[in-house]
Design a protein around this ligand. Structure first.
Ligand code: DAH
Length: 342
């Protein structure tokens, strides 16, 4: 019994002393020193646990509980005291050392290229618009003069959300053309950027989700030469003044005539390599004069207005611009890849 009293008194003494000492401490180093002496592995509190040997089990339990309580309280007092102390005059801090560098974020290459593209068109007076990623069959296909039997409407190419109401994930940004023309009367000059979706298997050049930019200009007397001028300016701004641009006849249901645009391969400078299949040119986009049926679908007067449209894949442009070898890198969220382009 006597032994128990002694032990309890000893515990309480240590507790009181610890608090008194802590209250008198003035600098950060001494707080740490105090913590080591009382709360450290070989500190006073831990050493008190070992003097319990002569107590009965019940007494051990009581003394142990009290000691644990004290340990917690001293721990809290230590945290509070440390917080309050902050940095005091006399602490050894050199203001001559540089601060810890703070890592800023990086723009994703798709964002970098998108901004560059929209900047170039904005300087030519194009507005920037967006449209829904979940689209109606009418806007994605019908209004663009794409017939029902067109292979791109196949369930193997398009993600359908509902079969009956014909709602789908847009397969290109061209439906934004229709939406904007339904709202705005000519003249108009816009580019639309956004995500598109196709049922492609993932490989080095295909991704079921990707980005496109669409362009549309409508006014009186718009000619193919305007289209050529605008797109040639865009490509040389994007890839350098020495880039040569080539227009080749092609087909799209929503343009007539239609063309594919290629530029000199920036890997071999037009000499011929594996990237351009030895042709010296790589295809970058599709374009053409807006088909009169598309204008009729939105109620534009085809006797007064003409226009051109173009569409391109943003990942594709980024791949060409930065020499990226695999489209999958864009979506793996690997900082070692992403931080290379800012
Ligand atoms: N929508 C086409 C595609 O996804 C790209 C395109 C081609 C858009 C010609 C156009 C255009 O506006 O005139 O492949």
């Amino acid at each position: 019994m006597v032994r128990k009293r002694e032990i309890i008194d000893e515990i309480e003494d240590v507790y009181r002393n610890a608090l008194e000492e802590l209250a008198l401490i003035k600098d950060a180093d001494s707080i740490e020193n105090w913590s080591r002496r009382y709360l450290g592995r070989k500190g006073k509190i831990n050493s008190l646990f070992s003097v319990f040997a002569e107590l009965s089990p019940e007494e051990k339990r009581q003394a142990g509980a009290r000691l644990n309580e004290i340990k917690n309280e001293l721990g809290n007092a230590y945290e509070k005291r440390k917080e309050k102390s902050g940095r005091k005059k006399g602490d050894k801090v050199s203001l001559l050392f540089p601060g810890k560098p703070c890592e800023v974020g990086y723009l994703h290459p798709v964002t970098i290229v998108t901004r560059k593209m929209t900047d170039i068109f904005a300087k030519m007076g194009f507005g920037i618009v967006t449209g829904p990623e979940i689209e109606r069959d009418y806007y994605n296909f019908t209004a663009l003069n794409i017939p029902d039997e067109h292979p791109s409407k196949d369930v193997w190419d398009t993600f359908y959300i509902t079969e009956k109401e014909k709602i789908l994930l847009r397969t290109h940004t061209s439906p934004v053309q229709i939406r904007i023309m339904e709202k705005v009367k000519p003249p108009l000059r816009v580019v639309a950027v956004g995500k598109c979706f196709r049922r492609d298997d993932v490989d080095a050049t295909h991704s079921p989700v990707f980005h496109q930019m669409e362009g549309l200009m409508v006014d009186r007397d718009i000619k193919f030469s305007h289209l050529k001028g605008i797109l040639t300016h865009f490509i040389t701004q994007m890839f350098g003044d020495n880039t040569k641009v080539k227009f080749t006849p092609s087909f799209f249901p929503f343009t007539e005539p239609s063309a594919e645009v290629s530029m000199t391969c920036n890997i071999c400078n037009g000499k011929g390599c594996s990237t351009c299949h030895d042709t010296g040119y790589i295809e970058v986009l599709g374009c053409g004069m807006v088909h009169p049926q598309v204008f009729r679908n939105v109620g534009y007067d085809v006797s007064r207005f003409t226009g051109f449209a173009f569409g391109m894949g943003i990942e594709r442009l980024a791949i060409i611009k930065f020499g990226i070898t695999d489209i999958r890198y864009f979506y793996q969220n690997d900082l070692r890849f992403i931080r290379q382009f800012s």
